[in-house]
Structure formats: C-alpha cells, structure tokens
Design a protein around this ligand. Structure first.
Ligand SMILES: [Zn+2]
Length: 293
C-alpha cells in the first residue's frame, strides 16, 4: 500500500499571475502528484495507462503508420508503440472536494481508489464529480456492481453529454446507477462562482466539456480529451483520431484551443498526457509544443 501523503505545503500568500509555471511536487506515493493553483491544492491521481501498437492506435485509422512513427521518433519516443496515461484530477477547495473524471473502474486500468487513498481522501469525502465526457475511461469508476462508488457526490456533466450517455446501451448499467445523482449544466456554464467554469469543447463527443479552475490570478484548464497524445495531438492537431464523434468539429476545436493556450500561457491539465499532465502549450514553427511544468 502506498504511504499516506505528506502534509500539504503552506498556501502561498500572494498568488502569482499566469503564465507562471504551476509547481508540481511528488507526494510520498508515486501514484499522486500535488500541484498548486493559486492557494488551492490539486492532485493528479494515476488510474493506469494504455500502451498500444501504433498501427492499432486511434490515429492510424486515417494517418499512415510511418508518419505517426516518424513523429514519435522525432520526439525521442519509441516509434512502434504509443502510450496514453489515465489520471483523474482531484481539487481540495473551500467549496468541497472535487474529482474530475473517474478512470476505467477496472481492467485495463482502475487504480484510482488506491491513488485517492494515497491523497488521504475517502470516496465518501468527494462532494462533486465533473465529467468531461462519457467514454468508459472517464466514467467507468462512477459505479461498481450497480452501486455508486462516491456515495455523497453530485455528478455534473453537460446536458448534451448526459443525453448522449443515456442513448448509449453499453453504458446502461452506469446510467441506471448514477441517474439520481446527475446534475446537468449548459455548455460553458459557471459551476462554482469564482472557482469553476465549464468550457464548451464538443466534438470528441456531443457534450464534451473542459473545465477552468481559477484561484486568485491563476487558472488551469482541464482539457479532457480535446487532446490525447502529448506529441501527436499537439504537434499535429490536424491529424484525425478515430475516437472523435464529430471529427471535423473536434479537429477545429483542438486547433483553436491550442492557439488560445499558446497565446495565454495558461496551465493545462491533460488526462492522457504523461503523468501528471500538468504543463502549458507554446508555439513551435507553424505548430505547437507541450511543455511539462
Ligand atoms: Zn479518454
């Protein structure tokens, strides 16, 4: 079992303005990395990871494998396989304990509960869950054997995403377990005044939402699955990905978001980038690059 996490560092009195890089600290457990947004504490919680042959990756459906491999090798990564991490985000705030997405809930990943314990949080402590979208690697951890995993949490997702999820027969068991606890919001709504706003990023799914956490002068954008791979999605944002429901919309959204992030220097939290996925975007030539903070 991982050891309990070290006590939180003292909150900074004066929040530094964006784009100061977000500080990250490794906790006692390798499964939890702690970072500050203004005077709030965030945790990246590992749920697991996927490694797949490039030929089986969602990019290979539309892009020649050789081009994908070449792009990976150019970034000093193996050219034959592709790895995606899965790490939900936890924020301890004056308004409650917030969890963003919930991992797979079981194989091939599913170690969120161990990571949560290492962050000194019990499932009962989670008050709000914010879902980026309803794919299994984000909602699988919401219910187990028909019962809620986080019994006291309100589950927030955008109205179009809840509609999309309810229409998906593969998600019927989770839908029936959570339906009493779901609260929907309109895309782009302010969710916790001054602290949390939804950012409309549909395309990957019909109601996909990103989330902006603000504390003092600092903010961080939880980007969900607007981007999947830290090299391919960022440096080649025009390449198609098979998981996108509305591929042209997802591609346009990804490109616009990258331009916006490179301009603002705002910190991002990327669920599938290498753990902990906290960094920022910069322009590089006529494209972009992800810089880990
Ligand atoms: Zn995903």
């Amino acid at each position: 079992m991982p050891e309990a996490e070290a006590p939180p560092a003292e909150a900074t009195a004066e929040p530094t303005p964006t784009p100061e890089p977000t500080e990250t600290t490794k906790a006692a457990s390798e499964d939890v990395i702690t970072f500050q947004i203004g005077d709030m504490e965030g945790h990246a919680l590992i749920d697991g990871g996927f490694t797949m042959p490039v030929a089986d990756s969602p990019f290979a459906a539309a892009q020649p494998v050789e081009e994908i491999s070449a792009a990976l090798e150019e970034a000093d990564l193996p050219g034959d396989t592709m790895s995606l991490s899965l790490h939900p985000m936890l924020m301890k705030t004056p308004d409650g304990t917030l969890l963003f997405d919930t991992g797979t809930g079981g194989p091939p990943a599913g170690s969120l509960m161990t990571s949560l314990e290492a962050a000194d949080v019990a499932p009962e402590d989670v008050t709000h869950i914010f879902i980026s979208h309803s794919h299994f690697d984000h909602v699988g951890g919401l219910a187990k054997d028909g019962a809620l995993v986080f019994p006291n949490a309100t589950i927030h997702m955008s109205a179009p995403e809840w509609e999309f999820m309810q229409a998906n027969e593969q998600q019927a068991a989770i839908v029936s377990a959570i339906s009493d606890r779901v609260e929907t919001f309109e895309p782009g709504a302010e969710l916790i005044p001054g602290l949390l706003t939804a950012v409309e990023t549909q395309g990957h799914t019909p109601g996909h939402s990103s989330y902006r956490v603000t504390s003092g002068e600092e903010s961080l954008l939880y980007i969900g699955d607007t981007m999947h791979h830290f090299v391919i999605s960022v440096e080649h944002p025009g390449w198609k990905i098979a998981f996108d429901t509305d591929e042209p919309a997802a591609r346009a959204k990804r490109q616009a978001l990258l331009a916006e992030l490179a301009e603002s220097g705002e910190s991002i939290y990327a669920y599938h980038f290498p753990f902990p996925g906290v960094g920022h975007i910069e322009t590089a030539g006529d494209s972009f690059v992800y810089i880990e903070d």
